[in-house]
Ligand binder design. Structure first.
Ligand SMILES: [Zn+2]
Length: 410
């Protein structure tokens, strides 16, 4: 698909093919009066001033802000049922311990693969309409070989059916199902699930919920090491409920990311920085659970590249909007709008192994971008909860556009 996008009032993008850390995370390219030339779905040229005359379809951004398509590196978007009762119980003072995961497990086990696909499809379309063009989705609500495979096959079908890049992660070690002793469940994950997942090519990453009341550091090390032997890159739910040393394990394994980090220690931060592990922060979850926010500024100061995700899931975070999460990051984590954009684009792309393909607007990368109903970047976090995406372009094609905005040149 060839395309010229002209009339861009302000084009804001990080640059590079890897995550940005420290002060670099807030140093973005800002081009006023810009245009983008797309050839065969990829960016051929980014320029300023008069656009070239080209015999291809042309879009006019009419002075609006353009950024890379957003990348959500941490979701549990495939699920069945809701956890409204648990949500309301928390509003009356109950505390989140993660125990409700088994409620969703029961609902997912009862659902067919077709039902999981149909339930997730509108959720992913809503994410697309908020500007998300790449999304990671985890299994982890099956907890039997058959049901984990069912979830991952549903994720694969969604990736084939929708105009988003969907990155699958195997999270068999999400919780312990009631029906098996602890050691037997871990044996099932490493001896049966991992080989099957690898054989069918159903996941790119292996994740473990390494926290108080869930998988220990030793158990997580075993699952992630075996996952790597099957070709799945390691990542972790780390130190969300307590500091159990999960960040240190992420560094030891050179995991692609350590996610949550609400209770990460100073030593854990240093280890993440030394190992180049990206810290994925999920402030929507802290917001929903009324938990303390992760130490984003200290992570950035320690040199940890920071990414943002929604953690969209039926229990601890029913938020699927990355722009809303960017608002929380600016308001509650102390990120600048520039740092938040980098966190939700290039750094998040690194977390899903796609930083060479997406996450920034520069020649060679896929033309994944958003025309926003805004004129400067600060409006994205400022208009909290507004849906500002006007046009969402995926690989050079319009994946979604709002009615009421016509990008046809006059
Ligand atoms: Zn999660």
């Amino acid at each position: 698909m060839d395309l010229l996008i002209q009339g861009i009032g302000q084009l804001v993008t990080p640059l590079g093919k890897g995550p940005l850390s420290g002060s670099d995370q807030g140093r973005l390219q800002v081009l006023d009066d810009a245009y983008i030339v797309v050839r065969e779905g990829r960016i051929a040229e980014v320029g300023q001033g008069s656009p070239p005359r080209l015999p291809c379809p042309t879009m006019d951004a009419q002075g609006r802000l353009v950024t890379p398509g957003l990348v959500d590196p941490h979701t549990h978007a495939v699920f069945a049922g809701t956890r409204v009762a648990e949500f309301l119980a928390r509003t009356r003072g109950d505390r989140y311990t993660g125990g409700g995961i088994l409620t969703t497990v029961a609902a997912v086990r009862a659902a067919s693969e077709d039902e999981l696909v149909e339930l997730a499809r509108p959720r992913l379309l809503r994410m697309l309409q908020e500007g998300t063009t790449t999304v990671e989705i985890k299994s982890g609500y099956g907890l039997t070989t058959e049901d984990e495979l069912k979830m991952l096959r549903a994720i694969r079908r969604l990736s084939e059916a929708l105009p988003l890049t969907v990155v699958p992660t195997f999270l068999g070690a999400h919780a312990f199902p009631g029906e098996l002793p602890r050691e037997e469940y871990i044996e099932l994950v490493v001896e049966e699930m991992l080989p099957q997942v690898a054989k069918e090519g159903l996941a790119r990453f292996c994740d473990v919920f390494c926290d108080r009341g869930f998988f220990t550091v030793e158990e997580a090390r075993l699952v992630l090491t075996r996952g790597r032997e099957h070709g799945l890159s390691p990542k972790l739910h780390a130190d969300e409920l307590a500091d159990v040393g999960a960040a240190g394990l992420a560094a030891e394994l050179k995991a692609v990311s350590a996610d949550h980090l609400l209770h990460v220690s100073d030593r854990g931060m240093e280890k993440l920085a030394e190992a180049g592990v990206v810290g994925v922060l999920l402030p929507g979850t802290a917001f929903v659970l009324s938990e303390p926010y992760p130490p984003a500024r200290r992570l950035i100061q320690a040199g940890v590249p920071v990414a943002l995700g929604t953690d969209f899931n039926p229990g601890s975070c029913p938020i699927s909007s990355l722009p809303l999460v960017m608002s929380l990051a600016v308001l509650r984590l102390g990120l600048s709008p520039e740092e938040a954009l980098c966190a939700a684009t290039l750094n998040a792309a690194a977390v899903v192994g796609l930083a060479e393909e997406v996450g920034s607007l520069e020649p060679g990368k896929l033309a994944d971008l958003v025309i926003w109903d805004a004129h400067e970047l600060g409006e994205l976090p400022y208009f909290i909860g507004h849906r500002l995406a006007l046009v969402v372009v995926k690989a050079g094609e319009v994946a979604w556009r709002t009615s009421g905005f016509s990008p046809t040149p006059s």
